[in-house]
Structures are given as structure tokens and as C-alpha cells.
Write a protein that binds this ligand. Structure first.
Ligand code: ZN
Ligand code: ZN
Length: 454
């Protein structure tokens, strides 16, 4: 295993002489671990950062949503390359709005597929089942070919990929593993719970201990972060739990990288009431379109897509910070962009082409206009479209630049990379999607550099 290298999506990954585990803490605004450390609840992380660890400011990929960023971490590239630009999108080719959980939307092979093909033992555990087919493509089932042709082919070998949500249904044939509940020693967790993430981490530890792995990806859920701000009792308890599993992975000799798919912001006013800007209403008013036509998707040529929409809407009521607007023929796009930018709560509005360029998005899968809210504001379509009855805590959500900053921590001493070349957000040295490269190639480079000095 020592000298194994593989190249995928124009990046080369060289395996170090230790298992590599990347943990994606869903919705982990950097304040969460900072507050938990301050409260003395993350002893492992505190000792790593005081000692041999590295921690750098990092950006996520745009939009700041779960599916796009998980696929970015899995492919080492932004969504312009892998094609998954939302949890939900408008498939212009087929003329339908669909969830982006289907692997047919994936345009690039994953690091997991390439590592598996190179003979490495790859394990992927995701909290929510919605990511399983995307992350498992090319690892346990057909996925984009490693030659970059875009054709879907069966993997040459089979790795492991399953979700905590459906851990009881994992089989050797479908997931590369069975008897998961027995192995982990826990029951199937509730999908809306902190236990779903704990199960994912416990499975990672149990697998590393029992059968081992070369490359592992553990992707959690942001159930806690959507409800509980940094430093609260529930948040600190959750990060203490994460710390205890990261410590066990470290103890087993793993190179452990912690990052997030995106941050998380409170989207409320001073009274805790959701602060929402209804994009479809605003666009109809600016363009003089009939307000009565709203809700009838695309009937009059206007379509507002909220890409945070997913089957787990109790988290956020489909209110995020990013919206894609498809316009009727002849609409004055420049005027619309200009007027949207003046609205309170809007951070940016761009044409499709401009947004695709600056945020590395797939131009054929976003609207004519892309709208980004400020950190403190959520974007909706129109009030009646959102069912907020399941929201039992003040709205916290994500999707755009207010949730761009993510943690990036590795339990190894590494040279700090140069700043990324992006015109937005606070300075950052890496993207979350550099996690596997840093935990493999950069670790090896540092080790061999250090070795040659000695
Ligand atoms: Zn997420
Ligand atoms: Zn979320």
C-alpha cells in the first residue's frame, strides 16, 4: 500500500503508510468546535491543535449545500466538474424539477472509485441515505468511468458504502458489508437525531478496528446544527461525541481530517422569527408578472428553484440562502439583477454565466439568474409554498456566502498552503474538497521532505 498512487479528476493522490479518514461534519460552522473546545468538551481536538495538528481557514464549494459539497469532497473538485449543484434542481433537458440524489447527475468519477480501482480498501459511511448512491457510484455500483468518458461502468472491485439511516438493510451484494448493526453494536438510529451521526462515526471506528481500511469517508448530518447554535448544551454535547470518536480513530493510527460541507447561520430577526425574502414574489413584482400564477411551476415561464429542497425538510422548511431563477422569454434580466441587488437581505445576484465562472458552477444546471442571501436572511419562493409547522426551533440554515467558511483540521503537522484565489469570503488556504489530497499526498510530501532533512 505504501507507494500506491492514483490520479482522478486531474489530481494525484499518494497514499501514506496509515489509514486515511475524512470526517465531514455536516453544517459545522467553525464556531461550533471553537466553543466546544473553550468549554473543555473536545479534549482530543484541543491536544491535536496544541501539538502536531494543522488547522487552516477553508471555504466550501458553492452552493453551500450538502449534496454538492459531499460530491466535491468525494471528487476533489467543485460542482462545475462533478455536476451536482444542489439537493434539488431543474433538469432543463427533461423539463422537470427533481431531487439531485440520482447518480446519473454525476459527471466525474470519485476519489473512492479511483482508490478502489487502484487496489485500496475504501469505506464510505453516510448518515443520510440520500447520499449513498452518489457516494457509492463507482465503488459499490455503476459509476462514471475513470477514463473521464462520462460513461457509467461497473467497479472492477467492490468497496464498502452504506448509510446509517438504512444500516439494517446493508448487504454484501449491495453495500460490500452486512451485519452492520451487530458490528457497530447499536440499533438503527432515527433519521432526525444526533444518533444518526454517532452511528456513522461508531461504524467507522468498528470497521477500522475489525477489518481495517485504507481510505475512509464518514459523512454526518446537520440535524443538531439546524437547531442549536454554537456553544449551547446540545451543540457542545454533539461535538464532545465527535471528539471521542475522532480520538479513537487517531488511536488506531489513522490520519484524521475534519471538515464540513458548509457552515450554518441563524436566519432570524431579534425576536427569533424567521427572516425570509420571498424571491418569487419579488421577481414577479419586478417583472410585472401575475402573482396568481405562482405555485404553477414554470407555467408562465418563471421558475424559482431553491436547491436546498430535499426529502428531509423538517430541518429547514426548504429555506436556504441560494436561489436559481429561470426567466420567461423576453424578460429584462439585467434590470432584474440590478433591482434584486438593492433588496434588503440580498448579498449578491448574478447572471448564469457570471455565477458559473466565479463560483465554479455547472452553467447548464443553474437558472438565468442566481441569487444569494446575506448570512442573516433565508430565501423562499412565496409564503404559502413553505410548510414551517415542523420547524421547532428558530430558523438556522445555509446555502451561500454566509456559510462559506468551514473548519479544516488534520492531526498531522503540515505546511500551510497558499491562499485560494477567490474574490469572496474571508481568506482561506484550502477548500473542503482538498481534504483527501491533504490527508494523502501532502502528508506524504511532508513526511518525505522531513525524512530527507534528517
Ligand atoms: Zn449539509
Ligand atoms: Zn442542512
Amino acid at each position: 500500500m505504501r507507494s500506491t498512487s492514483f490520479t482522478v479528476n486531474n489530481r494525484t493522490y499518494t497514499m501514506p503508510d496509515a489509514p486515511v479518514v475524512v470526517i465531514c461534519i455536516d453544517g459545522s460552522e467553525p464556531d461550533y468546535h471553537a466553543e466546544a473546545m473553550k468549554a473543555g468538551r473536545m479534549p482530543w481536538l484541543s491536544s491535536v491543535l496544541a501539538g502536531e495538528g494543522s488547522s487552516w481557514p477553508a471555504h466550501c464549494a458553492m452552493p453551500a449545500l450538502t449534496n454538492p459539497n459531499n460530491l466535491s469532497i468525494a471528487t476533489g473538485q467543485p460542482s462545475a466538474v462533478h455536476g451536482v449543484c444542489g439537493n434539488y434542481f431543474f433538469d432543463a433537458e427533461r423539463g422537470e424539477e427533481v431531487l439531485m440524489n440520482d447518480k446519473r447527475f454525476l459527471r466525474a468519477p470519485t476519489i473512492f472509485a479511483a482508490a478502489d480501482d487502484a487496489g485500496l480498501d475504501v469505506v464510505v459511511v453516510t448518515a443520510k441515505d440520500k447520499l449513498r448512491h452518489l457516494l457509492g457510484a463507482g465503488l459499490v455500483e455503476d459509476g462514471p468511468s475513470l477514463d473521464g468518458s462520462g460513461e457509467f461502468v461497473a467497479p472492477t472491485r467492490t468497496g464498502v458504502c452504506f448509510s446509517a439511516e438504512k444500516a439494517d438493510m446493508a448487504t454484501s451484494a449491495r453495500n460490500g458489508i452486512d451485519n452492520v448493526l451487530q458490528l457497530v453494536g447499536k440499533p438503527v438510529p432515527d433519521v432526525y437525531s444526533a444518533d444518526l451521526s454517532e452511528f456513522t462515526l461508531a461504524a467507522g471506528v468498528a470497521i477500522l478496528k475489525s477489518r481495517g481500511a485504507d481510505l475512509m469517508y464518514l459523512s454526518l448530518t446537520d440535524y443538531i446544527q439546524h437547531k442549536h447554535p454554537p456553544g449551547t448544551a446540545a451543540a457542545n454535547a454533539f461535538y464532545e461525541m465527535i471528539d471521542s470518536y475522532a480520538a479513537q480513530l487517531d488511536e488506531l493510527g489513522a490520519i484524521v481530517a475534519l471538515t464540513a460541507d458548509h457552515g450554518m447561520s441563524a436566519k432570524t430577526d431579534d425576536n427569533g422569527k424567521a427572516k425570509v425574502l420571498y424571491v418569487e414574489d419579488e421577481v414577479r413584482s419586478i417583472l410585472g408578472l401575475d402573482p396568481a400564477a405562482r405555485g404553477d411551476e414554470g407555467a408562465d415561464g418563471l421558475r424559482v428553484i431553491l436547491p436546498i429542497t430535499d426529502p428531509y425538510i423538517a430541518h429547514h422548511g426548504a429555506l436556504g440562502s441560494f436561489a436559481s431563477v429561470y426567466l420567461p422569454a423576453g424578460a429584462d434580466r439585467d434590470l432584474l439583477i440590478e433591482r434584486l441587488r438593492t433588496l434588503d437581505g440580498i448579498e449578491a445576484a448574478h447572471s448564469r454565466e457570471h455565477a458559473a465562472r466565479i463560483y465554479s458552477l455547472p452553467a447548464d444546471r443553474i437558472g438565468d439568474v442566481v441569487v444569494l442571501a446575506e448570512a442573516g436572511t433565508a430565501l423562499g419562493r412565496f409564503p404559502a409554498w413553505h410548510d414551517l409547522t415542523d420547524l421547532d426551533a428558530p430558523l438556522r440554515s445555509h446555502g451561500a456566502l454566509g456559510e462559506l467558511q468551514v473548519p479544516f483540521i488534520v492531526n498531522r503537522c503540515l505546511p500551510r498552503p497558499d491562499l485560494v484565489d477567490e474574490t469572496y469570503g474571508l481568506p482561506a488556504c484550502v477548500h473542503n474538497y482538498d481534504a483527501f489530497w491533504v490527508a494523502t499526498t501532502l502528508v506524504v510530501q511532508q513526511q518525505s521532505g522531513a525524512a530527507s532533512v534528517v
